[in-house]
Design a protein around this ligand. Structure first.
Ligand code: HDD
Length: 702
């Protein structure tokens, strides 16, 4: 067969292509003038043809001696590693943590006590239940894991965006995860807790109620990974130079404020852009912005811990901020995107076991179980014990020990000595005795008593803090919790499970149980289930609220401006300029991406087509439309939904005079968040906030 290659053959192998390079099937390989490296096999042998397998004849069988093909395919066949059994889907970003307030009084960990010191970090923010390809905006707890590459070793703070956990003992974790994941016979639903097995499990497990209320609140559907809080969850220990120990809880607070989605919005985003959170974080950093979270701690002595009405070792409890205020420690700045998703996300391996001198564990039975699970799972996912040598996991301080060999060993350890103690290699690594080494704090082992599969009596109150969380919310937030519970339970097919959940909710709050029952169309909730310990009534806490923590900055927000033929260019440009000046990301949306002629005759540079860019993807929208165009759009379901949803999702809407017809057809009524498109100043002030007062007008309040 004659070759149709039109390029200088030599130039295809390496170097500069003289002509446009084409293959035997007309494939274009290279632009003329482009410089490239030679394509090789995994072993470095140069390849002349990457399109055609080696055939016995032009129409004959493929030959097993085609080493180029075998090399390529056998590698491809092994490209995937097992996804994480939980938290499979996540986004990473890199940057640094800077200590601003020394905790030297409490800890020898330099990362927390050397004021001004910058420590490189990588953060992975994830969902829990869904698989690697699932949508970002599902209702779920979010993982908040940070690896600090400290000068004393890697410290992993592997937490969540919710300060408490579902269960008290690690023994239950596989059951919890099996219950929430896809049901094993049918393989659905994906990334959703709204199904029988999850609610069956939690209805039998009263300790889950506290976490459940948090995840059924708007916290379960964050607006952005940039606007969620993070928590270390467990009580850890800090140990100072005198060997004194304090209990500690870790808290991350986003500088962008806390903001969540509205359920209907979250559902629609999941369809319109399943990568919504990942894209948001990436685009923010790619655009040159930094994402910042402040780190705080709560510290308490053993005596203070002993005086609490609950157990600090119980991970279903938080420590009230009113009693133990947050103390600032420093700021994490994320300013770099990964350059390779596999290398820096899939291969990133966290473990709560990774601590540094000055930080220690507590006897929390959930934490103790985690100390085993994470490294065990890394061995499975990353194929052996050398995962710490992968670039993303590698400590940035010296590592010296006698661990040797194993799968994927990258180091070439020289010398005959691979044991300790030894005298044959006097310069080899030795135990440290300089006060800078990790030595477990004896506090961890002061408990004694008969061993057994037991739960401490101090873990028995499952409802007091859940009740306090519910009581601390505003009326709107409470109704969102009720609506979320009613929605999830409506998806449960076994009515008996609904009844059992309602009976547990009755222990949290009788009004809550009654409202959820009503939302399900039931006449009343069943009587509360027997409780291991009668819950107490405690005062509401402002720190537990969601709405009040919104920082409401316009910077970093996204606004869509809907335009069409004859849009007033002057009005459009002025609005765009004012939004951009406030740091808002502006996208021009139109029925088509080409051919939109503005009033002044110029063609608009449209960023996105209307039917691919519903308003749920933006924080606020503007309609800069001529009257005729608005009339035509009023007959376009996409345009009407665009406006109706912006209104229903409580967003600010700026509209030109001409947009009137569209507003009317979409059912938009005037309120604080509906402004004229000429009033850019008011619009900018509103883009980050929700029109909460509109809520009762657009959704029934349960
Ligand atoms: Fe876990 C991953 C957070 C309880 C076992 N967990 C994982 C990740 C986060 C958490 C953020 C993802 C890390 C990453 O981005 O790679 N997990 C938590 C929190 C918990 C918790 C805050 C309770 C306070 N986890 C928990 C228990 C167990 C596990 C009780 C088992 C006994 N978790 C795992 C795991 C994972 C994991 C199976 C899966 C992938 C991985 O570790 O690296 O080992």
């Amino acid at each position: 067969m004659g070759s149709v290659r039109s390029a200088n053959k030599k130039s295809l192998l390496a170097g500069t292509a003289m002509f446009e390079a084409r293959g035997k099937g007309g494939e274009i390989h290279q632009r003329a003038g482009a410089k490239s490296a030679a394509l090789t096999t995994g072993e470095g042998t140069r390849i002349s043809d990457n399109q055609n397998t080696l055939r016995a004849a032009p129409r004959g069988a493929s030959l097993i001696s085609d080493m180029v093909f075998l090399d390529k395919l056998s590698h491809f066949d092994r490209e995937r590693i097992p996804e994480r059994v939980v938290h499979a889907r996540g986004a990473v970003a890199k940057g640094y943590f800077q200590c601003t307030h020394s905790l030297a009084k409490y800890t020898t960990a330099r990362v927390l006590s050397v004021k001004g010191q910058k420590t490189p970090v990588i953060a992975r923010l994830s969902t829990v239940a869904g698989g690697r390809g699932s949508a970002d905006t599902v209702r779920d707890t979010r993982g908040f894991a940070v690896k600090f590459y400290t000068d004393q070793g890697n410290w992993d703070l592997v937490g969540n965006n919710i300060p408490v956990f579902f269960i008290q003992d690690a023994m239950k974790f596989p059951d919890l995860v099996h219950a929430v994941k896809q049901e094993p016979d049918r393989g659905f639903p994906s990334a959703a807790s709204a199904h029988d097995t999850f609610w069956d499990f939690v209805s039998l497990m009263p300790e889950t109620m506290h976490h459940l209320l948090w995840v059924m609140s708007d916290r379960g559907i964050p607006r952005s990974l940039r606007t969620m809080e993070g928590f270390g969850v467990h009580t850890y220990r800090l140990v100072n130079a005198k060997g004194e120990s304090h209990f500690v809880k870790f808290h991350w607070r986003p500088q962008a404020g806390l903001q969540c989605l509205i359920w209907d919005e979250a559902v629609k985003i999941a369809g319109a852009d399943p990568d919504f959170h990942r894209r948001d974080l990436w685009e923010c950093i790619d655009g040159g912005s930094e994402v910042r979270y402040d780190l705080f701690v709560q510290t308490l002595t053993q005596k203070q811990a002993d005086a609490l009405p609950f157990d600090v070792l119980d991970p279903t409890k938080l420590i009230p901020e009113e009693d133990f205020p947050l103390q600032p420690v420093g700021t994490m700045v994320l300013n770099e995107n990964p350059s390779n998703f596999f290398a820096e996300n899939e291969q990133l391996a966290f473990s709560p076991m990774h601590i540094v001198p000055g930080i220690d564990f507590s006897n929390d039975p959930l934490l103790q179980g985690r100390l085993f699970s994470y490294n065990d799972t890394q061995m499975h996912r990353l194929g052996g014990p050398n995962f710490a040598q992968l670039e993303v996991n590698r400590p940035r301080c010296p590592v010296a020990n006698f661990q040797r060999d194993g799968f994927a060993q990258h180091a070439k350890h020289a010398g005959r000595v691979a044991y300790e103690p030894n005298l044959l290699d006097p310069s080899g690594p030795r135990e440290a005795a300089d006060g800078l080494m990790y030595a477990p704090h004896p506090g961890a082992d002061t408990e004694s008593g008969p061993a057994g599969r037991v739960r401490a009596e101090s873990f028995a109150d499952h409802f007091t803090q859940a009740r306090q969380f519910f009581k601390s919310q505003t009326a709107l937030q409470q109704s969102h919790i009720v609506a979320a519970l009613a929605f999830e339970l409506s998806k449960v097919q076994a009515t008996e499970i609904r009844q059992r959940v309602l009976a547990q909710l009755g222990n949290v709050d009788s009004d809550l149980a009654a409202r959820v029952a009503k939302g399900l169309g039931l006449k009343a909730a069943p009587p509360p289930a027997p409780a291991a310990k009668t819950p107490r009534s405690v005062a509401p806490s402002a720190a537990l609220q969601t709405e009040s923590k919104d920082a409401l900055q316009a910077g970093g927000r996204a606004v869509a401006i809907l335009i069409d033929t004859n849009t007033d260019a002057k009005q459009l440009n002025s609005l765009k300029a004012k939004l951009s000046a406030a740091g808002v990301k502006v996208k021009l949306i139109a029925p088509s991406v080409h051919g939109i002629k503005l009033h002044d005759g110029t063609e608009a540079a449209v960023d996105g087509q209307l039917d691919g860019n519903p308003s749920c993807l933006f924080d606020a929208v503007a309609l800069v439309l001529a009257a005729d165009a608005a009339k035509a759009l009023a007959k376009n379901a996409c345009a009407v939904d665009f406006v109706r949803d912006a209104f229903g999702h409580l967003k600010a809407i700026a509209a030109s005079q001409g947009a009137e017809t569209l507003l009317t057809v979409a059912g938009v009524a005037t309120d604080t968040h509906i402004v004229n498109a000429t009033d850019a100043k008011s619009f900018v002030a509103l883009v980050a906030s929700r029109a909460w007062a509109r809520e009762p007008k657009v959704r029934p309040q349960l």
